[in-house]
Write a protein that binds this ligand. Structure first.
Ligand code: ATP
Length: 433
């Protein structure tokens, strides 16, 4: 799918490093896997949480106009009927009459099967609904149908009135949510880029109808600030102004932020002006007013909304791709993950110069405890020689390695080695934390 085969190699390297070093494993691997699912290991979950916490800090905690919510994944099926998902949350599916491979018609050249290579084996595309259906309660009939949510957004909209009634925020204001979303993708692919279970970070930002443009531009600028804080290089981030014919019918403006992933230029997140489409759907279908009254006036209206929608997996994949570096230190090749310090899954690694010298181990344990108390994510590593430990920590992106040696016992100083420059300096233990 990508034009750049050199870049494809890089993707393979990232996938293999992710598995080898405990970031991300294929889902249900021991049982032969489950397509479109991935499991996060100790380092992956730390990285993912750092990305999500940074988003929450920048978009919720640091602002006065945002409110967090955490809605249930299972919702009344009327939510999806009203939003249009039951009828139209579909992708076009084609099946090869020769090998029976199934593909998304808009993602392949349908004149030739990408699996078996046979020509003209595809018939008409049929619309395939991507929602995972389930039943709530002990009776499996039409009345008990529910869906695993295919987006977090609707969980926000159905709580609009609750938050207005309990907090009465001034317009404009936003509701933010992070959480799992599920889509029965026809062909999950490209590592975590297109999965069947993934996480989203979404905001519904409610505005006065004639003031949407200023908020749209401000949220776009905030989005760029967040991507910058993720350490993504500016020249790999592109804005795609989605043309009217490709936009949802209710959207007056949509910008997809694309990123130069190793698999090519693909959508990282999107920001859309959705007018009053969602709240009006709820008002009409639930029969409850979604109007907002401007404080101290009789002015009432259904607010319009701007929706910045981020995918966590795509953000994590971009961060890993941006961090992945191969360079040479003293004539020796190394792989180093140059994560921004605030995203690195492990902040410090502490080790004694030699592991069979109890006095060194004891001192190093003291240093480890000091740092652990302060930073939490600190690793102990006394395996192999120092050079090997550095290589291991470089591969998982630990910014600093601290080594306790015989001099440390005398002068209470330790060596700190910088991941990116590999430079080492002596620092007093008292100054470490
Ligand atoms: P695509 O066109 O790539 O299928 P989309 O336009 O359907 O994506 P949206 O419905 O706008 O995606 O979802 C918002 C965000 O959620 C996307 O920008 C992406 O970051 C993320 N996302 C959507 N589908 C997936 C998926 N299958 N796996 C991982 N992340 C996803």
């Amino acid at each position: 799918m990508s034009e750049n085969t050199e870049k494809n190699v890089e993707m393979e390297n990232i996938v293999s490093l992710a598995k080898r070093r405990g970031f991300i494993y294929p889902g249900s691997d021991v049982y032969g896997g489950l397509s479109g699912t991935w499991d996060y290991g100790p380092l992956g979950v730390a990285l993912k949480r750092n990305v999500m916490q940074l988003w929450w800090k920048m978009f919720v905690d640091d602002r006065d106009d945002m409110y967090g919510v955490d809605a249930a994944i299972l919702m009344n099926k009327k939510v999806w009927e009203a939003s249009g998902h039951t009828a139209t949350f579909t992708d076009p599916l084609v099946e090869c009459s020769n090998c029976h491979g199934r593909f998304r018609a808009d993602k392949i050249d349908t004149s030739k099967c990408p699996t078996c290579g046979k020509e003209n084996t595809f018939g008409e595309a049929r619309q395939f609904n991507m929602m995972f259906k389930t039943h709530v309660g002990a009776i499996e009939d039409d009345t008990s149908i529910s869906y695993l949510r295919p987006e977090t957004a609707q969980g926000i909209f159905i709580n609009f009135k609750n938050v207005v009634d309990t907090f009465y925020p001034d317009l404009p204001f936003g509701l933010a949510q992070q959480g799992k979303a599920f889509r029965n993708e026809i062909s999950p692919r490209d590592f975590i880029f297109r999965s069947r279970e993934f996480e989203q970070m979404e905001i519904e930002y409610f505005v006065e109808p004639d003031k949407w443009e200023a908020s749209f531009n401000a949220l776009l600028a905030d989005t760029h600030a967040f991507l910058n804080a993720l350490g993504l290089p500016q020249d790999k981030i592109h804005e795609l102004e989605v043309p009217a014919e490709d936009r949802a019918h209710y959207s007056k403006r949509t910008i997809d932020i694309e990123y130069d992933f190793p698999i090519g230029k693909e959508e990282l997140m999107g920001i859309a002006y959705r007018t009053d489409f969602d709240l009006m759907n709820i008002q009409n279908n639930a029969g409850k007013s979604m109007e907002y009254t401007i404080k101290g006036t009789n002015t009432k209206f259904v607010p319009h909304v701007i929706e910045p929608s981020f995918g966590v997996e795509r953000a994590v994949m971009a961060v890993m791709a941006a961090a992945y570096t191969e360079d040479e230190v003293n004539g020796e090749k190394r792989i180093v993950m140059k994560f921004p310090e605030h995203l690195a899954p492990v902040k410090y690694c502490v080790s004694p110069l030699l592991k069979n010298k109890p006095e060194l181990v004891e001192k190093a344990r003291e240093v480890y405890q000091i740092l652990k108390k302060k930073h939490g994510n600190v690793m102990w590593d006394d395996n192999g020689n120092i050079g090997k430990r550095y290589r291991r920590q470089d591969e998982i992106g630990t910014p600093y390695c601290v080594v306790v040696d015989f001099d440390s016992l005398e002068d209470n100083n330790v060596t700190i080695r910088d991941r990116d420059t590999t430079e080492q300096r002596r620092v007093a233990i008292a100054d470490l934390a």
